[in-house]
Design a protein around this ligand. Structure first.
Ligand SMILES: NC(=O)c1ccc[n+]([C@@H]2O[C@H](COP(=O)([O-])OP(=O)(O)OC[C@H]3O[C@@H](n4cnc5c(N)ncnc54)[C@H](OP(=O)(O)O)[C@@H]3O)[C@@H](O)[C@H]2O)c1
Length: 314
């Protein structure tokens, strides 16, 4: 099968297209013939030897990636919910070794969900790691409630554009940060209030927030405390809830913590339901053929992507 291997960590040019052996699904695993893959900032950091490189480096062929959509080609012993020919999607083995940059991926069945019929493979692949992060942070971690005020940083990005839609689904009032170029995009997503982070200081203009989703790191987490109500919560997905931040937060009974997304077929199925109901849509900014993985990584590394970057696999 075709695969994009990473012989050495480093720049995107290190990727090589290679023919390697197809995986065999083990007990409880589903073999997926991949049709589309999505790329996240964690893919680029891992490729560069950081993030989860240590979790993938021992394989015979080092493959990056976690987000897939495709068709079930075979099932291992004991698989209950999927059969050959089913259209599926999910984030495979995260955090761990997803080996997603390949024509075939062996995935635990508990990491997948059925793809809704009217959602494309590209849209499905795009709505995995980033959407699961937004879902798990807002629903499991923050227990979002109707009427709450939610501040989503980087609202035009992969995680952000899903977080806005999920918060609106829960009838929250949503404030989103983005540059002026993304003002219309945020409005289309349903954002109630756009903060242009280049010309406005969020900590001065936003108040009385119940939940902040931070994806920018410690400096941003710290300044966002000023936007929160006493007793509110801030969830950072970029290690922002450091000891110093937690100390400040405690003084106002604010819960500050860092969250890491994990594979979950159950959560993926909830996301599939929202997609089927038209409540959650992927915005795909760039689609590349599988062979152009390096270009896809470079696009994600601009930190200017609106929505998601996807590759198609023939
Ligand atoms: N812990 C976890 O489980 C987890 C899960 C997913 C992602 N993450 C991390 O979260 C971060 C975001 O991920 P992502 O997939 O959403 O990234 P992304 O799609 O690459 O984000 C790009 C977006 O960020 C916006 N942006 C850049 N600088 C900004 C700023 N200073 N203020 C507001 N918006 C800004 C850009 O909007 P403009 O063009 O308008 O600036 C762009 O739309 C990454 O570091 C990623 O590794 C962590």
């Amino acid at each position: 099968m075709k695969a994009i291997i990473l012989p050495e960590p480093g720049p995107a040019e290190n990727f090589q297209l290679k023919d390697i052996e197809k995986p065999t699904p083990q007990k409880g695993e589903v073999l997926v013939k991949v049709k589309a893959i999505s790329i996240n900032p964690v893919d680029t950091k891992t490729r560069d030897g950081k993030a989860f490189y240590n979790s993938i480096k021992e394989s015979e062929h080092v493959l990056v990636g976690w987000d897939i959509a495709g068709e079930v080609a075979a099932v291992g012993e004991g698989v209950e919910y999927f059969k050959e020919g089913d259209a599926v999607f999910g984030m495979v083995n995260f955090p761990g070794n997803g080996k997603a940059y390949a024509e075939y991926v062996a995935a635990p069945e508990g990491h997948l969900a059925h793809k809704p019929a009217d959602v494309t493979y590209e849209e499905a692949a795009a709505t995995t790691l980033a959407a699961l992060t937004a879902w798990q942070v807002l629903v499991h971690q923050a227990d979002i409630q109707p009427g709450q005020r939610v501040l989503v940083h980087a609202a035009a990005g992969g995680v952000g554009h899903y977080a806005v839609q999920i918060a609106k689904y829960f009838q929250a009032y949503v404030i989103g940060t983005a540059s002026a170029e993304n003002a219309d995009f945020l409005k289309e997503l349903g954002v109630d209030e756009h903060i242009d982070y280049k010309s406005q200081k969020v900590e001065e203009v936003v108040k009385d927030v119940d939940i902040v989703l931070d994806s920018l790191g410690e400096e941003n987490t710290l300044k966002s405390l000023a936007t929160l109500k006493d007793g509110g919560q801030i969830v950072s997905i970029l290690g922002g809830a450091t000891e110093a931040v937690q100390e400040q937060a405690k003084k106002r009974n604010i819960k500050a913590l860092t969250y890491l997304v994990h594979s979950s077929g159950e959560d993926q199925a909830k996301i599939a339901d929202l997609m089927e109901a038209g409540e959650l849509k992927a915005h795909i900014e760039h689609v590349f053929p599988f062979e152009e993985m390096a270009k896809a990584h470079k696009q994600v590394e601009t930190r200017k992507t609106r929505g998601k970057v996807v590759l198609t696999v023939d």
